[in-house]
Design a protein around this ligand. Structure first.
Ligand code: ADP
Ligand code: ZN
Ligand code: ZN
Length: 662
């Protein structure tokens, strides 16, 4: 029995610490333990056991574990190997990496599993394209990992291919992880998988309580649930004998974590499959989307590492909808005449409309014409949004709110007011314009209410709502037969953002939301209202010219040397004190500059596009280079120099392969 145990902690310090324990039977690698750490008590992860102390550590300095948290190990060597890679790649500590993988619950609470009848084999006969894709995915191979990209137009039956591939892998007594974007899709897909695979399925998501998460984790680890569905974090599910990871809607931003370590589920999934391949196993990765990320698209174009599988047609009676761009500039109302007529025509047929606008609230920009006063958050450098039903102006970044000004707070003029519309204003306008139609809004404000989103979607599906109006929540994955019309109220909301992915994001959002129309009947229509009729992003998304858009956008990225033609690591400094933020970013830059050589450049130091969030001043420095290993080296060296003698109350955030540059 081991005498000592090595622990790591969820802190930036990357070393491990050795402890001893009174009852040696309780402690073992893979369990969590509570230990004294400096003046605090911390929960750590036991990553190793040893009979002798590490060199230079004295017996009398070794502290004792106070309590072992887990009865059985929660993680094994595979988890530690993956966490080591994460720490290395995402520049965090091993403890931080483990902590983001493993549930934090103390006690497993056995969840009540709904009695789901395992449905018999689907009667659906699959199409030739689906059969070809499935054949490729399940074919015997001799080099691993096998990676596939199921590139299929919206509504082309990707899900059916995923489910059958999963069934194939389960039949071989291997396990499957099925990743879906956050929000509505988790629930929708979990239900579908539950009804097909019954109690073999488990869900892991952030909405669960830590104890429920923990018990699902334990069940999965025991091999009792060989198919796991969930968002980003489900990529860590401890399934034994992993055979397949599916990533649905790969372009979705929720696959990238916004907390340390800022991992991307696609990258982690690939690594898990590679680790299995190195151990002579066969784990496959199947990714799918109608609008792949530019990174994935480029990989498909110039390498044989990802095999592209095409699904070009809709299968359940629909065809791709007709799309029309309409100029909003010349319209007096935010519902143009064209859109209004189509909504009425759709309702007259007894069919449904989805209206999409990527901005919630009533109006979002307060400006005084006489003195130029602009209403911004007192803690963030962004405008407040007027929420009319709450009768408040709210900051969407920190939640700060204040009452609505009657006159300009700067000069008392009445010539001041809000401009720019949000979902709440559109809802009011739609209700006034169509008093006889049943309208429902879904966005972060309405979905917060318990059951709000699911309830609304169920009612929409049942035909009890004529017009569903909302933000991204209505753009993602919804599959409703009754929808004939999709209206995009303002397509260009995200185009002006100072982020090199602004065009990609706008394009994919328009194509995805347009894809909600005409899924079951060949009469789908889409109206895209815009202030930039000639913008290439608008033109190409209206033409559903995916390949054309990628070609043009790749050209832009190449010209500007942005990913996927380069790799990026972004440092963000955050501090309450502006001077401290400035001096920290300058120190960081002064360490990085001498390390830069051919093929690498620095962008900044500069203020972040959103310079203040929650009273924290934000500064950035971007390291850019041809490949990851060289910029990793620069980043590591810079960080270690910076660590020595750094200021207090200044925080460094590290983002490898950032997806948001705001
Ligand atoms: P995607 O994920 O590609 O957007 P879905 O998987 O949601 O598309 O499929 C769209 C619709 O097509 C679903 O209602 C599904 O049941 C149906 N479908 C899938 N495969 C077939 C098939 N082989 N024959 C008929 N309908 C199909
Ligand atoms: Zn004024
Ligand atoms: Zn704020």
């Amino acid at each position: 029995m081991a005498s000592y145990f090595d622990l790591v902690f969820d802190i930036p310090n990357s070393s491990s610490f050795t402890y001893q324990v009174d009852d040696k039977k309780l402690a073992s690698a893979g369990k969590r333990a509570m230990v004294p750490f400096g003046r605090r008590e911390l929960t750590g992860y036991i990553i190793g056991e040893r009979d002798t102390l590490p060199m230079g550590v004295k017996e009398e300095s070794v502290k004792k574990i106070r309590r072992v948290v887990d009865a059985d190990p929660l993680f094994g060597t595979e988890n530690v190997e993956l966490a080591k890679w994460m720490a290395d790649y995402y520049l965090c500590s091993l403890g931080q990496a483990l902590s983001c993988m493993i549930p934090s619950g103390r006690r497993a609470i056995v969840p009540v599993f709904p009695d789901i009848e395992e449905s018999s084999e689907q009667s659906l006969s699959i199409s030739d394209e689906q059969a070809a894709a499935l054949g490729a995915i399940t074919k015997d191979a001799d080099n691993f990992p096998q990676i596939f990209y199921l590139y299929g137009v919206t509504g082309s039956g990707k899900t059916e291919v995923f489910l059958r591939a999963a069934q194939h892998v389960l039949n071989q007594n291997k396990s499957v992880i099925y990743l879906v974007p956050e929000i509505s899709l988790t629930h929708q897909t979990a239900n579908m998988i539950g009804s097909r695979f019954g109690s073999l399925a488990a869900t892991l998501h952030s909405g669960m309580t830590p104890s429920t998460r923990l018990s699902e984790w334990v069940r999965i680890r025991k091999g009792d649930a060989p198919i796991v569905v969930g968002p980003r974090s489900a990529v860590f599910a401890p399934v034994p004998n992993l055979g397949l990871i599916i990533i649905d809607e790969e372009h979705d931003g929720s696959y990238k974590s916004s907390n340390t370590p800022r991992y991307h589920a696609r990258q982690v999934a690939l690594k898990r499959c590679q680790i299995i391949a190195e151990n002579k196993g066969d784990a496959r990765l199947v990714i799918g989307s109608a609008t792949p990320s530019l990174e994935a698209w480029k990989l498909m174009e110039d390498s044989k590492t990802i095999k592209r599988l095409d699904l070009s047609r809709r299968l359940s009676g629909g065809i791709m909808p007709k799309i029309k761009a309409v100029n909003l500039e010349t319209s007096t109302s935010c519902i143009t005449k064209e859109l209004k007529e189509e909504i009425l025509a759709t309702a007259a047929m007894g069919r449904q409309t989805i209206l999409f606008l990527n901005r919630r609230g009533f109006a979002y920009f307060y400006k005084c014409k006489s003195c130029g006063y602009e209403q911004t958050c007192r803690s963030c450098s962004v405008s407040l949004t007027w929420h009319k039903t709450k009768n408040k102006c709210i900051c969407h970044y920190c939640g700060y709110s204040e009452s609505v000004p009657k006159v300009c707070p700067g000069c008392g003029s009445v010539e001041a007011g809000y401009r720019g519309f949000g979902t709440e204003m559109i809802e009011e306008e739609v209700r006034l314009t169509f008093p006889d139609l049943r309208v429902r809004r879904v966005d972060a404000d309405t979905a917060g209410k318990k059951g709000g989103l699911e309830d609304t979607l169920a009612q929409f599906k049942a035909g009890l709502i004529d017009i569903l109006l909302g933000t991204q929540m209505v753009a993602k994955g919804l599959n409703f037969p009754g929808v004939r019309l999709v209206g995009v109220v303002l397509a260009d909301t995200g185009l002006h953002l100072p982020d090199f992915r602004a065009a990609e994001r706008t394009f994919s959002l328009i194509v995805q939301v347009a894809g909600r129309a005409g899924r079951y009947f060949p009469d789908g229509k889409v109206i895209i209202q815009t202030l930039r009729m000639n913008d290439p992003v608008i033109v190409k998304s209206c033409a559903m010219d995916v390949a054309g858009f990628y070609k043009a956008e790749l050209g832009q990225r190449l010209a500007l040397n942005f990913p996927p033609y380069s790799r990026i690591i972004r440092f963000v400094i955050r501090a309450r004190d502006e001077k401290k933020a400035d001096s920290a970013i300058n120190r960081l830059a002064s360490f990085a500059k001498p390390l830069v050589s051919g093929g690498i450049d620095l962008l900044g130091p500069s203020e972040c596009p959103i310079g203040i969030i929650n009273n924290n001043h934000r500064r950035q420095l971007i390291i850019r280079g041809e490949n990851m290993s060289t910029i990793h080296a620069v980043a590591r060296k810079t960080m270690s120099l910076y660590e020595k003698g750094k200021d207090t109350k200044v925080y460094l955030e590290i983002d490898v392969d950032p997806v948001s540059m705001l």
